[in-house]
Design a protein around this ligand. Structure first.
Ligand code: ZN
Ligand code: ZN
Length: 414
């Protein structure tokens, strides 16, 4: 048994910090939160000295396997390279205080197994296997000048084909079959591309992807399986369309207008903006080898991305915290806090990265919360992040304790 004493608690959502509490950890879970000192000679006591204890952070949009900002280069690498890259960056994420991550395309059950069997030190992983893309869509990473005889065969026989990031699939029946296979492999949600994107070179950023019938089939399949789906979308028209069609979440949502934000709020559709990648690519993408087509598309969203967060805030949209970093941009994970801080309060940011993200990844009351019965994913912060959010943005340097599943990844207080 481990007992954190003398802590002020941020529980994942409430503005008031509970003072002077003891948090009791047993069997990987939060067993109790008590006012009285715990008197058990067998317990390991950690005196928090009035520091803030809070849930481990959650990043709801990562890509563990995206080792290169240039997707055409990336898809030619062998699986071993993806696996080693993932082990490396996931360890860094845990060092920063992210105890859970949701991979929105690429990560598979093999990576989950490696974490579960402790082959690598990493946050808890929620994965969707491969993201779905239509032919010529956002995960179809072929350049429009790329050609192989296999491309002709795939189109003519109607097969789907895959790259390490996604599966290229067209038609209602094929979409259903791919989803059923991904869910069979333990995916906890389905991700599809509902519009063009930056890193793909052959689709227009504001192009709408997948037919209404295909999107309806995706929604029906995930609801039959009691999981959820989320759509990569940038243009407002595309965001509006997936909300109308009952899609549960939107990734990026970069060009959202006020009335669409109101729709998302009314329907309860979550949105996970991802600013870290947009500003990372704008700063360093060119020198890292981001193709010219992608740099041109980046310009369509970069100067609007922060301002559009105001629509989400005003409407009361369920906003999650995601970063979407690729290639050598991964060390920028914590820049997401500063990029959002002109729009969202510290309390809102704290909630996005804990309680709200837990809800978005389908793990409400299990992670992202300090309460009895929740998994013991815990940070002890050297100060009060409600007053200074930068404490969470120092790549772990503002954290005395990082605990995942009731075990210390870091402990400077004993
Ligand atoms: Zn995306
Ligand atoms: Zn992404």
């Amino acid at each position: 048994m481990i007992v954190f004493t003398n802590a002020r608690i941020f529980d994942g959502s409430s503005k008031d910090l509970a003072e002077g509490k003891s948090v009791v950890i047993a069997d990987g879970k939060i067993a109790d939160i008590s006012d009285a000192p715990v008197d058990d000679p067998a317990a390991t006591i950690i005196d928090c000295g009035g520091r803030v204890l809070m849930p481990g952070m959650i990043d709801a949009h990562i890509h563990a396997y995206f080792q290169d900002v240039n997707m055409n280069r990336l898809q030619r690498l062998p699986a071993t390279m993806y696996a080693h890259h993932a082990a490396n960056i996931l360890h860094d994420m845990l060092d920063r205080g992210f105890t859970s991550v949701r991979d929105t395309g690429g990560a598979d059950f093999g990576l989950w197994l490696a974490i579960d069997q402790r082959l690598i030190t990493a946050p808890r992983l929620y994965y969707c296997e491969k993201a779905l893309s239509q032919t010529g869509g956002h995960i179809d990473m072929r350049h429009h000048l790329d050609y192989s005889p296999q491309d002709n065969e795939a189109v003519m026989c109607g097969c789907c084909f895959t790259n390490p990031l996604g599966v290229i699939v067209d038609g209602v029946d094929a979409v259903r079959r791919v989803i059923r296979e991904q869910l069979r492999r333990g995916a906890s949600f389905i991700k599809f591309c509902g519009s063009g994107g930056v890193s793909s070179v052959s689709d227009p950023l504001d192009g709408i992807q997948f037919s209404r019938d295909e999107v309806r089939a995706i929604v029906e399949e995930v609801e039959n399986h009691h999981v959820y789906c989320t759509a990569h979308v940038h243009p407002d028209q595309g965001i509006k369309r997936v909300i109308e069609l009952g899609v549960h979440g939107v990734e990026h949502g970069t060009l959202i207008e006020a009335d669409t934000a109101n729709m998302a709020a009314d329907k309860g559709t979550f949105i996970v903006p991802t600013l870290a990648v947009i500003f990372g690519m704008a700063d360093e993408g060119e020198e890292m080898g981001l193709p010219a087509e992608s740099l041109a598309k980046l310009e369509l969203i970069a100067d609007q991305a922060i301002d559009r967060l105001n629509h989400m805030k005003r409407a009361g949209v369920r906003v999650g915290f995601g970063t979407d970093l690729i290639g050598a941009l991964h060390p920028r994970q914590c820049t997401e806090f500063a990029l959002r801080s002109s729009v969202f309060s510290n309390l809102e940011l704290l909630n996005q990265v804990t309680g709200m993200n837990a809800d978005i990844v389908g793990q409400k009351d299990k992670i992202g919360v300090i309460k009895p019965g929740a998994l013991a994913d815990i940070l002890v912060v050297d100060g009060n992040p409600m007053e200074d959010i930068d404490l969470l943005a120092r790549d772990g340097a503002g954290l005395s304790v990082i605990m995942k599943d009731g075990e210390f990844h870091k402990n400077l207080l004993s």
